[in-house]
Design a protein around this ligand. Structure first.
Ligand code: ZN
Length: 246
């Protein structure tokens, strides 16, 4: 099976559209989204509509949880909270219903999928380091756990290694071979608000026959997404950061 695994779309329809068209060119059997369809960007309704149409399985992120009132606004940073209030007002009721019903964790034969951590997915903690990852391996039985949330692509092994999958600017993707004797926690980065100083969107392909993981980076119309943010009255910084990948 070939899985397309993406996360953190964050109401960025320009980036989301490109991510899905890239995956559709690459023989994907199933597309999974690890949450945060909305928040920060200016196109929440469009992103939910496209997710419904094209994503096979979607889980809930902290921003999705926030807009449907399941995570208190006090959890969020200043910019995230401002965007959350804007998003709640902008969203159509039936789109909110879709977010409200998203599961918090999905388990497959070879992997599990959560937004933040498998240990306590609704506490919305981050896995930034090998030490953070080390504590999480006991909370899943499968070979791999896919996560999002930090917007920083990374591969953590149970033996304590951290691999940062940097895709050079003159390349579209890099492929990493996975080993059966190792276990992994894999952050798939962010489609719509990357924070690893690379403004290109990120999407991952997991090939469970070849045991490979491909990190793809793609260009999209950042300036269009920025203009929509500025026009909507969302904080300016949310537009600026898209060009910088921060
Ligand atoms: Zn996020």
């Amino acid at each position: 099976m070939r899985f397309g695994i993406i996360s953190d779309v964050h109401s960025n329809i320009e980036a989301f559209t490109v991510a899905l068209s890239l995956l559709s060119e690459r023989n994907i059997d199933e597309i999974i989204c690890l949450g945060d369809l909305v928040g920060y960007g200016a196109s929440p309704n469009e992103c939910v509509a496209l997710a419904r149409e094209r994503i096979d399985k979607c889980i809930m992120g902290n921003h999705d949880s926030g807009v449907v009132g399941q995570t208190d606004i006090s959890y969020f940073s200043e910019y995230a909270a401002k965007a959350l209030i804007w998003t709640v007002k902008a969203m159509q009721p039936e789109k909110l219903k879709f977010l409200e019903r998203l599961p918090i964790r999905l388990d497959f034969e070879q992997f599990c999928a959560v937004h933040s951590t498998p240990g306590n997915p609704k506490k919305w903690e981050y896995i930034f380091t090998s030490a953070d990852a080390a504590e999480q391996f006991k909370f899943f039985d499968q070979w791999i756990c896919f996560v999002g949330h930090s917007h920083i692509p990374a591969v953590f092994t149970q033996s304590g290694k951290a691999i940062i999958p940097v895709v050079p600017f003159d390349k579209e993707s890099i492929t990493i071979k996975l080993h059966k004797e190792e276990r992994y926690i894999i952050n798939v980065g962010s489609v719509g608000q990357p924070r690893d100083n690379d403004p290109r969107g990120c999407a991952v392909i997991f090939d469970s026959d070849e045991n490979t993981l491909t990190f793809m980076r793609f260009e999209y119309l950042v300036s269009v997404a920025q203009k929509k943010i500025l026009k909507s009255g969302l904080p300016q910084f949310l537009a600026q950061r898209l060009a910088l990948g921060i």
